[in-house]
Design a protein around this ligand. Sequence first.
Ligand code: ADP
Length: 334
Amino acid sequence: MPLRIVRNDITKMKVDAIVNAANKTLLGGGGVDGAIHKAAGMRLLAECMTLGGCDTGKAKITKGYKLPCRYVIHTVGPVYVDGTHGEKELLESCYRESLMLAKENACESVAFPLISSGVYGYPKDQALKVAIDVISDFLLKNDMTVYLVVFDRAAFNIGEKLFSDIAEYIDDKYVSDHIDSRVERMRRAEGNRTFARPLAAKCEECCAAPFGDDLDAILSEIDESFSQMLLRKIDEKGMTDAECYKKANIDRKLFSKIRSDVNYKPSKPTAIAFAISLELTLSETAELLKKAGFALSHSNKFDIIIEYFISRGNYNVFEINEALFAFDQCLLGA
Ligand code: ADP
């Protein structure tokens, strides 16, 4: 089940539970805590007063009152000192404990803020990574839709090594693309100055080859739809359907739709999410995408980022989404 990174005010999220980055007293505070208490009303504070506080890394649950969610899960993130005071383990524990509480209370959807990344000073890029790691691990074993609500994306520091590598990769591809198109323009201009080539000659070069002996192969390729190829690949990889759609960050219902409709036409991010889940090579990815009428190109960042990850054999859809998010691209799966 999917992890979705969204920009929103968490108090507006229509989910079963939202998570509050609370302090140990659970009696309200600033930041997201203040916003949640304000939107939920005084009865939330009254219930919180009965809970006897909460330790760092732990979580407690209350009703949502005036909020559009059923529950509020209050967790206490660590105050960031310098990274050597168990901050990471405590922050991981916040996400794990909150997810367990959500599961125990039969929540199908939960929204998290970036715990500890405000007043508590946890560096936002690292806080995001911890959140994604713990949530994605949980989602591989559990059915839930989890939203990570990022309030102020502009404040993100994407200077980490991964992102600078990707930025460099994008630059490289853009540069080569740019050069290619310049060469192409010159070539065309040159062609226009000479004379048009006879149609017959063109046909021999361009048309005859692809539609010659390979015609049967091409027609038989058309026979297999996206859905059929996907199901075949799942079998070939020895995966179960659930393993595949979870690893693709795809919703079970969407997968069922694709499974039952032989002519289903997925969106490009959905098709790519399956290629990632199946750990296809770049050429296999191209083959699968072609079934849905898509291709990877160097003319947009989204495609280049996907190519970057596949060419490095990194098939972690959550890490890919983290990078896509940082570069303001639409995400895979969900
Ligand atoms: P902490 O004390 O755990 O650092 P904060 O409330 O100060 O908690 O900040 C946690 C994160 O929540 C910050 O990234 C902040 O930008 C974000 N935030 C603040 N208000 C909201 C809101 N209404 N919805 C979602 N996120 C919010």
